[in-house]
Design a protein around this ligand. Structure first.
Ligand code: MRU
Length: 345
């Protein structure tokens, strides 16, 4: 199945429970938009494009739940659901983008209450279907950057699980493998949530791509030894100047890659590019629960009551980014100019 699906007949949203992988493959069923919001917050579903699709499907449930008989009342209910969904996670702009797109399109359609309900469901489904097509296009553009014999580093999970299907950075890597290129993937475990160890390693194993799981701290060691030729990561938000917000630790990898002359690519749909923010310092960074750092799989690993910092994302300044891979093609510096061009295509 896809990472997330809307079951229109049953009026539910189904998603793979990413907290249980790789030990168990379980499906969670959400019956109302609040359950979808909780799933985003608790990271049952995570990854920028995936939470965008989840938010859209959350609105589809909200439209069905609402007892409104007029278009205006229904739109008020949808606005309230959109506020709740928007408040779940602040960094990935895909979430806000999806909500604005679905509600905006429903307003513009100017239909009666029932017409608006049907429209919202169809628009959310369209958004999810498009995500798959967009990821396929990115996979093609990005795979061309990988040569036969390359070893690549990836961080966090930017695979099918982080999207509706296919993936961003991992979609590129798996496509290169499918094209017959002999590649090897170094997978950062990605503390504190271990998306690399739990999810990326699982996806690569399923796809039969040769890989080595490493502690985050080992990436520099392998880069300096010439074992890594390219880095591919996803993104949660790109500013207008090309600064890239992605999973915490991305910045450190990019700086070390730069110091070792290794190209560093970020892969994202254009819905991740936020032209309203001039630079990455303006991107809101989510701070998550201290327990994610003090505990591993429920086991305490630090003295009780210790002070903890747990930013979920960091920003890599554009100087360290070789290129941005989007569904519309590969964008090279100067980013201000070239992002402007690609965003107006
Ligand atoms: O906290 P997460 O797991 O939602 O963070 C995910 C990432 O940082 C991914 O790299 C990003 O969303 C891009 S994946 C398509």
């Amino acid at each position: 199945m896809r990472t997330i699906e809307l079951d229109v007949k049953r009026g539910i949203v189904k998603m793979i429970d990413q907290r249980q992988l790789p030990h168990q493959f379980e499906i969670v069923e959400c019956r109302d938009w609040r359950a979808v919001a909780d799933a985003i917050k608790e990271m049952t579903i995570r990854g920028a494009p995936a939470i965008g699709a989840a938010a859209a499907f959350g609105l589809a449930l909200a439209a069905r739940e609402s007892r409104a008989t007029t278009r205006d009342d229904l739109l008020n209910d949808l606005d309230a659901a959109a506020r709740g969904l928007r408040a779940t996670r602040p960094t990935a702009v895909n979430l806000a983008w999806a909500l604005d797109r679905v509600v905006g399109a429903a307003r513009a359609a100017n239909l009666d209450a029932n017409g608006t309900r049907e429209f919202i469901v169809a628009e959310a489904q369209r958004l999810a279907d498009e995500d798959v097509e967009i990821n396929r296009a990115m996979a093609q553009h990005g795979a061309a950057l990988i040569e036969d014999g390359d070893s690549v580093l990836t961080h966090c999970n930017a695979g099918a699980l982080a999207t509706v299907d296919v993936g961003t950075a991992l979609g590129v890597i798996i496509e290169a493998h499918r094209q017959g290129k002999k590649i090897h993937v170094f997978v950062d475990e990605t503390r504190p949530r271990l998306q690399g160890a739990r999810l990326t390693a699982w996806e690569l194993t399923q796809a039969g791509v040769p890989m080595t799981l490493i502690a985050d701290n080992a990436a520099g060691f392998y880069m300096r030894r010439g074992k890594i030729q390219k880095c591919f990561v996803g993104s949660d938000r790109v500013a207008a100047n090309g600064d890239v917000a992605n999973k915490i630790g991305t910045y450190k990898n990019a700086v070390v890659a730069h110091a070792n002359g290794i190209p560093f690519y970020a892969v994202m749909p254009t819905s991740t590019i936020d032209m309203n923010l001039a630079n990455g310092d303006l991107i809101p960074i989510e701070e998550r629960d201290a327990r994610e750092v003090t505990h591993i799989e429920g086991m305490p690993i630090a003295p009780e009551g210790v002070r903890v910092g747990n930013p979920a994302f960091d920003v890599t300044p554009h100087q360290y980014i070789t290129a941005l891979v989007t569904e519309r093609g590969v964008v090279y510096p100067p980013f201000v100019e070239n992002l402007n061009k690609i965003m107006t295509l």
